[in-house]
Design a binder for this molecule. Structure first.
Ligand SMILES: *Cc1c(COP(=O)(O)O)cnc(C)c1O
Length: 453
């Protein structure tokens, strides 16, 4: 066992030591070879663990996307802080089931500690309850589930016991630039993604508060802290103030943007988040915790517990069972890597991570604008939207950058315009990575004619 785990650690270390020297996207041949080697029929006979590991490394490692390196700017994908990657090796050895206090007192303790630290770090209200889930989709699901409970309970309906058939209808309000995963959460909760009221937004994707509908009856309003394209924040404080006294539940999708609240330089963007009833975020994006790791916050604990708890005689409740706050029952001890991230960074380190990545994003935007590219958003956070002219040329430049392999950027359509997205979310991105990436982007753009053929 000793040799096997050391071998795994050595292979992992070698991977991380060289990940910045290879193409960010895997070569198509590497994917084809991995498929041929690893994806055949299930073997009849057992295989020695040493061989299993060697095969995974030999065929699998070259076929990975180098998202954990310093030059991956696609979607919103952070890397893994060194302490978190190492902690996850130990966590795998521990194999704790963090569903219950009794199955893992340590797992429950680390979660409790992370919960307390996060509420304070993000400036949320004391007593806010926390659940560790797989990602922001599930964090949004859980927050809106707590809201579904609360707004129906206020109308005398117990949704967990009675279901939705015959319940008073819930009005769900979202911004027009709502993230698709929030609509997925809404659909899974039986609230209907086509039933939502979409509120008009401004050019950065922020809800226009004056366009909010009049609130009557059970209502859940979903806001956004950090638009996935522009990084813009809905005016959460202003909207919460407007909704006061209406009984509406306010949920905030802060998948990555919520971490802005941890830095004095960006905190103003998240003004008012402490007034929200529930919030969802990811630890696996901007905090650079390994997958999968999301966090839900609910200001009044009872609504979260009412929507998530289950009881059975053999599930002896003791202390703070983590499964009172999440959809999952059995699950891995997500608090291990989260704790490792928060301890290894400290408050100052989290703020610095946010500031540094935002500064990289600003520098990319300034350099690209100086070279004649059009920047489509106000770069207030770590997101940059770039146009290289016509939709066709922008698409060809994006494809060229992905193929070049120096860095990786994805595409999007922002309010009708085709754009390249740059999301600087990794702790590992250095000034040199920004320089190399800028040079590659401009080299590919220069080699891409305005119109094909
Ligand atoms: C990434 C993202 C999500 C979904 O998060 P997952 O961790 O992929 O489930 C939701 N909302 C926003 C704004 C995001 O950026």
């Amino acid at each position: 066992m000793n040799e096997l785990l050391l071998d795994a650690a050595r292979r992992g270390a070698r991977y991380l030591d060289t990940v910045n020297d290879r193409s960010v996207a895997p070569h198509p041949d590497a994917i084809a070879v991995a498929r041929a080697a690893l994806a055949g029929p299930m073997p009849e006979e057992p295989l020695a663990p040493e061989t299993v590991l060697a095969d995974l490394d030999r065929w699998g490692s070259p076929a990975t996307v180098a998202t954990t390196g310093g030059r991956y700017f696609g979607f919103v994908i952070g890397g893994s802080l060194p302490a978190t990657a190492a902690a996850s090796v130990l966590a795998a050895a521990w194999d704790q089931n963090a569903g219950m206090e009794s199955s893992s007192p340590l797992g429950a303790e680390l979660e409790r500690t992370c919960a307390r630290w996060l509420v304070s770090l993000l400036g949320l209200q004391e007593g806010t309850e926390v659940g560790l889930v797989t990602g922001a989709t599930m964090a949004n699901f859980t927050g809106v589930a707590a809201g579904r409970h609360a707004v129906l309970a206020a109308h005398g309906w117990d949704v967990e016991a009675q279901g939705l058939f015959g319940a008073p209808p819930i009005t769900l309000v979202v911004g027009d630039e709502v993230h698709v995963s929030l609509l997925k959460a809404v659909s899974m909760l039986g609230l209907g993604r086509d039933r939502v009221i979409r509120v008009p937004v401004d050019g950065q994707g922020r809800i226009r508060p004056e366009a909010l509908p009049d609130i009557a009856g059970p209502t859940i309003v979903c806001l956004q802290a950090g638009n996935v394209n522009t990084g813009a924040f809905d005016p959460v404080g202003e909207i919460c103030a407007r909704l006061q006294g209406t009984g509406a539940w306010v949920h905030v999708d802060g998948a990555f943007g919520l971490w802005a609240a941890a830095s004095p330089h960006t905190r103003h963007l998240a003004e008012g988040i402490a007034l929200a009833d529930s919030l969802g975020t990811d630890a696996h994006k901007w905090l650079n915790v390994p997958y999968d790791s999301g966090v839900v916050f609910v200001r009044e604990s009872r609504h979260l517990v009412a929507s998530m708890s289950a009881t059975a005689s053999y599930l002896v409740a003791g202390g703070r069972d983590p499964d009172l706050f999440t959809p999952e029952m059995s699950r891995r001890a997500r608090g291990v890597e989260l704790w490792a991230a928060l301890v290894s960074l400290g408050r100052r380190g989290v703020a610095d991570l946010v500031d540094r990545t935002c500064a990289h994003a600003r520098r990319m935007a300034v350099a690209l604008a100086a070279a004649g590219c059009e920047i489509l958003n106000d770069v207030v956070l770590n997101q940059v939207l770039v146009s290289f002219g016509s939709p066709g040329r922008t698409r060809r430049v994006i494809a060229g950058i992905q193929q070049d392999g120096t860095c990786w950027c994805g595409g999007t359509t922002w309010q009708g315009r085709v754009a390249m997205r740059i999301s600087v979310s990794s702790w590992a991105t250095s000034d040199a990575d920004v320089d190399r990436s800028l040079a590659a982007i401009l080299r590919v753009a220069a080699a891409t004619p305005a119109e094909a053929g």
